[in-house]
Design a protein around this ligand. Structure first.
Ligand SMILES: [Zn+2]
Length: 392
């Protein structure tokens, strides 16, 4: 087998929801280049029109909810929304296992002068689900993505705030289906149940599957509330709309990081393991394993993502990106943000043997080099080697 990569960036066709067109460009590149044609002044006006509809003018409540993990993007989101004159309620859904630096960055957002709510789903239950999701769908941080979409919407209903302002629509820069990107003029994408079910990261695992497997082992239906999208009944007559800030204002993760850093955001003291920057994914000790499994399943990782974003913006050549990706991408996770793999696996009560077996189970054997006997080939450091990196 040969992997086809986008001819402009280094995103492979194996990435879920990515489409490489007859022009050789991935959907992420196509949407990015479309940005030149966007009338951003008009989109800014559209933003204020939408805000007018939702803004609380009677001083009883906040104007919107801002979901904030404390990362560079959400730090930027909060700053931007304050600059736009809104009074947000900032909500953090605690990550699977919050890091020290993640805590500092949450406290940093609080220092901007906003009302802030932290919601921490039951940690005992969550660890069990982390383990189960890694075993069944190869996604150790399933709870994280579920809890963000589901619990934020749930809390917005409860707090009676009808507007949630999300960051970037992941289907733009990552290149999802056209109808779900911001490619189409005048179609404001909504973060709603439909979007959640398709792109929210469910990975085919439903909370009912967890309940079925664990109901006799300490997980009850009510334990799964944070991971369930509210039903129509729960919405009642309340409406919660989710819009993406990136539709109205050009989104640039690197610039967001620069703005965040100017405003007190702490970065790591070296490149984050599995990445080639010091400012991404600083808040969850489990994230490295999540990213590594994406590499095993689909052949892309943080390095290819980040590089592709920079290629589109003219900050990196495709050749440089391939070199970076070869040298730094797809490595077996030995540690993350100061915690060893052993400590991370201990957290979910898993042995390294089982972990290695799961790595093998979820590896897409078609996209890595093999030895003559058909076994997976490893480089001198014990890492898998992705096929035809350079599209040849
Ligand atoms: Zn591309």
């Amino acid at each position: 087998m040969k992997i086809t990569y986008c001819k402009k960036c280094i995103i492979p066709e194996t990435r879920p929801n990515t489409e490489i067109g007859t022009d050789g460009l991935c959907s992420g590149c196509r949407y990015y280049f479309y940005r030149d044609k966007i009338d951003w002044d008009k989109r800014k006006k559209d933003f204020f029109e939408i805000i007018k509809k939702y803004k609380n003018n009677n001083n009883f409540n906040h104007d919107c909810v801002i979901p904030a993990s404390g990362g560079k993007d959400s730090t930027y989101q909060v700053l931007k929304v304050l600059e736009l004159g809104l009074k947000p309620l900032v909500i953090t859904i605690s990550t699977d296992w919050l890091t020290k630096i993640g805590r500092q960055n949450i406290e940093n957002i609080k220092s901007f002068g906003v009302d802030f709510l932290e919601f921490t789903p039951n940690k005992k239950v969550r660890k069990k689900i982390n383990k189960f999701a890694l075993q069944t769908v190869g996604d150790i941080t399933w709870t994280e993505e579920m809890a963000i979409s589901c619990s934020i919407t749930r809390l917005a209903i409860k707090m009676d705030i009808p507007l949630v302002i999300w960051g970037e629509n992941s289907e733009n820069e990552n290149g999802g289906p056209e109808k779900n990107s911001d490619f189409l003029e005048g179609v404001v994408q909504k973060h709603n149940q439909e979007w959640f079910e398709e792109f929210g990261g469910t990975n085919g695992l439903r909370s009912s599957d967890i309940l079925f497997a664990w109901k006799d082992r300490g997980i009850a239906e009510k334990d799964l509330i944070p991971y369930k999208f509210p039903t129509a009944e729960e919405f009642g007559n309340k409406k919660v709309d989710g819009i993406f800030l990136g539709y109205f204002f050009p989104w640039d993760g690197k610039k967001n990081a620069e703005i965040a850093i100017e405003n007190g955001f702490k970065t790591y003291d070296s490149w984050v393991e599995g990445n080639i920057v010091n400012y991404e994914n600083l808040d969850n000790y489990l994230m490295r394993i999540h990213d590594y499994f994406k590499f095993l399943k689909y052949g892309y990782d943080r390095v290819s993502d980040w590089s592709s974003l920079q290629i589109r913006r003219g900050r990196l050549s495709r050749e440089e990106a391939i070199t970076l990706s070869r040298e730094h991408g797809g490595k077996y996770p030995k540690e993350y943000l100061g915690k060893s793999l052993k400590e991370i696996l201990n957290y979910i009560d898993m042995s390294q043997d089982e972990f290695d077996q799961l790595c093998f189970k979820f590896t897409n054997k078609k996209i890595f080099e093999k030895n003559t006997d058909g076994s997976l080939k490893l480089d001198n450091s014990g890492n898998l080697i992705k096929l035809n990196y350079d599209n040849k």
